[in-house]
Ligand binder design. Structure first.
Ligand SMILES: [Zn+2]
Length: 249
């Protein structure tokens, strides 16, 4: 049951017929695993905390560096050299003390990853390497938990939802059969600051849709964004019957 304060705090959600008290309660009851508290993870975490997602679990092995602060807005100068998950936890609880935040200051090995995925309702991945995204994909397929993936490099970004609860949903490996870590490396390519905000905020929006059942999730669609032209492009994604990962399940 939502308290009077919660009804007021979340009133702009509750006014929405697609969310209402029922959807807000679903958000309060939800547990979301966020892999990576960086450029994408920052807006994801900030918006999900503000939106009242009851339990956020954050994994990231890194500490806050000066070059992160240009875009990783969940952290600030006071958090320099602290673990990113602790810095994020501090900020999120200041924003919304009603939620629970679990900080895991490490990259999760396969066993711990699977355990955390099984405990989650939705998984969001915003890490900077393909290996961790493929590991998250495998765990989400095994546990049948939806995975929200986004990436942002230079001026371009992309986002899609992979939901193995649906027969027709492709998986991350259907889209990226090979691991090529070069393509995800902001440290070398650079990234314009608000681009990660566009894509990360979009991930948070999709999480809220999945948890409340509102709208149509981005399953089977890859949205590409070009920050220079401002154009969005939608690619239809199909499940690859020869996919080395999801066709074996
Ligand atoms: Zn696949």
């Amino acid at each position: 049951m939502l308290s009077d304060d919660q009804l007021l705090r979340y009133s702009r959600h509750i006014f929405l017929p697609d969310i209402d008290i029922r959807g807000q309660q679903a958000l309060a009851d939800a547990r979301v695993l966020v892999l990576g508290a960086g450029g994408l993870g920052s807006p994801v975490l900030l918006y999900l905390a503000a939106a009242g997602v009851g339990h956020l679990v954050i994994s990231d092995p890194d500490v806050v560096e000066l070059s992160n602060l240009q875009r990783q807005i969940v952290h600030d100068s006071e958090g320099l050299n602290q673990s990113k998950v602790e810095s994020a936890r501090h900020r999120l609880l200041a924003m919304n003390p009603e939620i629970q935040v679990t900080a895991l200051p490490r990259a999760l090995d396969d066993q711990e990853l699977l355990r955390q995925v099984q405990a989650a309702d939705v998984v969001v991945v915003g890490t900077d390497n393909f290996a961790s995204r493929h590991a998250a994909n495998r765990a989400c397929l095994q546990a049948r938990i939806p995975l929200l993936s986004a990436a942002a490099i230079a001026w371009e970004g992309q986002i899609s939802t992979f939901d193995s609860r649906r027969e027709d949903s492709p998986c991350f490996a259907c889209l990226y059969p090979d691991s090529d870590d070069q393509a995800l490396n902001c440290a070398e390519a650079g990234v314009v600051s608000p681009l990660v905000g566009v894509l990360g905020s979009y991930q948070a929006l999709e999480v809220i849709k999945l948890i409340t059942g509102a709208g149509e999730p981005l399953v089977g669609r890859l949205q590409l964004f070009d920050g220079k032209s401002g154009e969005w492009q939608t690619l239809r994604l199909k499940r690859n019957p020869q996919c080395a990962v999801c066709s074996k399940l």
